[in-house]
Design a protein around this ligand. Sequence first.
Ligand code: SIN
Length: 493
Amino acid sequence: MAASPPVLNDPSLWINAVRIGGHWRDSAASGERFGVHDPGNGQLLGTLPTCGAADTRDAIDAAQLAFKAWRKTTAEHRAQVLERWYDLMLEHVDDLARILSAEQGKPLPEAAGEIRYAASFVKWFAEQGKRVGGYSIPAPTADRRIFVAKEPVGVCALITPWNFPAAMITRKAAPAFAAGCTVVIKPSEFTPYTALALAELATRAGLPDGCMNIVAGDAPAIGGELTAHADVRKLSFTGSTRVGALLMRQCADTIKKVSLELGGNAPFIVFDDADLDLAVAGVIASKYRNAGQTCVCANRILVQDGIHDAFVARLAEAVNVFIIGHGAQDGVGIGPLINADACAKVERHLQDALDKGATLVARTPLPDGLDPQRYSAPVLLTGVTADMQVASEETFGPLAPIFRFTDEAEAIALANDTPFGLASYFYSDNLHRAWRVAEALESGMVGVNTGSVAVEMAPFGGIKLSGLGREGGEAGIEEYLEPKAIHFAGLKS
Ligand code: SIN
C-alpha cells in the first residue's frame, strides 16, 4: 500500500525517521519498519524504523552526553529556547494539527486546540524554569550553614500515549528541559509523527543535539531498556494502570524517580440545585472531548432525582446533534476511535448495561459509509447501576451512562466507590455543598461547575490507582529536580 501523508504547508515536518543524538535515523538495528495508519479510513500514512533495545541504548547514550552540557546552561538560556519552541509550535499550528489529526483521528479544530494546549506547557515551563530557587535552613550549630540547591535529575524516559500525541509530550518534556534534563521519548506507535514534528521544531528553536531523542517501534523492548538502564534517572509515563504498574516494577532495580498519570473513572455529579445549562455543557465538554478518549472524561454521570429527567432530555438533544466523521471533514465533532478494539469496548459496555436493565435514550445511527470498527456514535444510557461494567471500567469512548441518586451522601459514596482517583466533577449552586463535596471527593482534581480541569498552571494528576506525581503547575517542574542539601561547617566567627 502506498503511503499518503497529510498535505502540509511545510512538508519537512513529516519525518519518516527517528531522532537519536541530533540525527534523523531512517533505519533501526532490527532492519524493520512499522506502519502508521489513519484511524478514520485505515490508509497508510507512512512507515518508521522499528526501534528496539539497541536503538534505545544509543538514544540514552546521546541523552547522557547532551545532559553534561545542557545542565550547565543558564535557566535564562533554556527559557529562550523553550520560548522559541513555543513560537514555532504556534507558527506551525495548522501543519501540526493536520499531522495529529491524521494519525490520531480527532477533528482538525480539536487537534489545533491540542497543539495550543501543548504549546501552553512549553510557555509555562519556560517561565517556571527561571523560578527554580533553592533555600537555606537554620543550622543546628553556629559554625554551620545549610543550603538546599535544586539540580536536574538527569536523563528522563518519557513514555506517552496516543490520545494526546502533542500535549502529553510537552507536559513532560518542557519541564524536563527547563530543569536542565535531557530526554528519550517513546511516543505511542499509533501517533509517532506528531512527536517527530515537535522534535524538528525544538531543533529549529535551538535545542542542542541529543537533548530530545525519540524512539518508537517495539514497545516492550524499548520500555525494557528505558526502565533497566542505569543512566535513565527518571521515568514519566501516561497510560493505563496495568502498564504503569509494570513499568514501576521494572524501574525498581535501578531505583528511578517515577511519575505515573494513569487511568481514571471520573464521576460527574449533577445535584438538583445545579445550573442545568452549565451542567449539560460541562458534561458534553468532559464526556465527548476526543470522542471520550481521555483519562479525565466523565465516566459515570450521577444525577439527582429532582433534576434527572430534565437533565437527560437536554443531554439527549445535545448528543443527537453531533456530527460523526473523519477528522479532516468540516463540522465533525466526533472523529474515529483509535482502533477496532476501542469500538468493541464501547459496544461491550453498551450491551452489558442493556442486558442488565439500562435504557438506551439516544444513539444516532452512524452516517452511511462509516465503518463501525472505526467509528462509534455517541450513546446516552439511563438506569445504570453499580453492577454494570461501565460503573467500574473506563469506557474510553463516547458512551454516557446516567446513574440516579437521591441525596448528597449517596452521591459521594457512589463517586468514591472506585480504586481510581484522577478527576471528579460536580455541579451545584449551593456554596456550602460545594465546599463539602469538593473536600469529600477522593481524586487529584475536582471540577466544581466545570467539566474541564486541564490547564498548564494547575497540577494535573491522580491518587489511588490513578497515579503518582503531578504534571503542570508549580509541581510539574519539581518532578525533574532533586534537592541537594549543602552543609558548610567549621565557619569561624
Ligand atoms: C489524558 O487523557 O491523559 C490527559 C487529558 C488532559 O490533559 O486533559
